[in-house]
Design a protein around this ligand. Structure first.
Ligand code: CP
Length: 317
């Protein structure tokens, strides 16, 4: 509970498809309060003292893994980190057995990243711990979308009528899916742009516009969100070359000149010179590192709201 007395209607955070606008706004507002802690001399509050969180990472991660761990430490939770490499998964242990053995050591919350869509939901059927999805295959990455929404709200005047274009490999992107749900819930207009081979059929059913022309996607666009080309998830080559992809769908400085107010976002890791020209990554209108900072605040908010414990975010050591 926050000072406003509001709470989430969910026990877990598996995706944004079932989260209401009010719940998303609550997480964003709580994150704004927690973000202030990150700029203090002592960046720690006692909010989750006595709570144990396990971070289960079955897939590589830099931003999500480190920011969850930092968020837990900033909240004074006890944290345990599990990585697939070096674990008994290599001896054939299943996700269910791995999770139940870790829970037997008494944990309250589990953060999971896994290559299989639905892994986070499956975990809720195996353990009593509160589960937070840190990315499950090409399904959802809710905390990434929440940090993206927080970053957009820092720079734009509300979501209603805001034009957001998501560009790249939509088919394999859990980031795109979670952002579509979050942005649509808050009233933004979403345009998807990318090669036909990387665009799911019937995606318009989610209330988005689809184009395969980058100039069209960037016309009147307030926020351009480029997605990483996920070569590791593509079974076959779905476009001729990375150079051709960059020439057709890569955002260049000329796009910034044509649209002088457009914000540039990317969830990372960036393939410089593919999704974004290297100069665009370093441009002052690229807020990629702000997204990373906001990731810690959003994950603090999600952990706090789902833990079911007080006290308020303002309380300090
Ligand atoms: N954005 C994101 O999920 O990055 P990582 O894979 O490094 O966690």
């Amino acid at each position: 509970m926050t000072d406003s007395g509001e709470s989430l209607n969910h026990r877990h955070l598996l995706g944004l498809s079932t989260y209401s606008a009010a719940e998303i706004e609550l997480i964003l507002e709580t994150a704004r309060q927690f973000r202030e802690v990150l700029y203090r001399r002592i960046r720690r509050v006692p909010t989750l003292r006595g709570i144990t969180v396990v971070n289960l990472f079955f897939e590589p991660s830099t931003r999500t893994r480190i920011s969850f761990e930092l968020a837990e430490k900033r909240l004074s939770a006890d944290t345990v980190n599990f990585s697939k490499s070096g674990s008994s998964v290599s001896k054939g242990e299943t996700l269910k057995d791995t999770a139940q053995n870790i829970e037997a050591m008494k944990v309250d919350m589990a953060v999971i990243r896994h290559e299989s869509p639905g892994a986070a939901h499956f975990l809720t059927t195996c353990v009593d711990a509160v589960v937070i999805n840190a990315g499950d295959g090409a399904h959802e990455h809710p905390t990434q979308a929440l940090l993206d929404l927080l970053t957009i709200s820092d720079h734009c005047d509300g979501f209603a009528g805001l034009n957001v274009s998501i560009i790249g490999d939509i088919t394999h992107s859990r980031v795109a899916r979670s952002n579509i749900f979050g942005l649509r819930a808050l009233g933004a207009n979403v345009t998807l742009c990318g090669p036909r081979t990387l665009m799911p059929r019937y995606i318009e059913a989610l209330g988005v516009r689809v184009t395969h022309n980058l100039d069209e996607a960037l016309e009147g666009c307030d926020v351009a969100m480029a997605l990483r080309i996920q070569l590791e998830r593509q079974g076959a080559s779905l476009f001729p070359t990375l150079r051709e992809y960059h020439n057709t769908f890569g955002i260049q400085t000329t796009h910034l000149e044509r649209n002088p107010d457009m914000l540039i976002m990317h969830p990372g890791p960036v393939n410089r010179g593919v999704e974004l020209a290297s100069e665009v990554v370093d441009h002052e209108r690229a807020v990629i590192l702000d997204q990373v900072t906001n990731g810690v605040a959003v994950r603090m908010a999600a952990l706090y709201l789902l833990s079911g414990v007080g006290p308020s975010p303002e309380e300090t050591d």
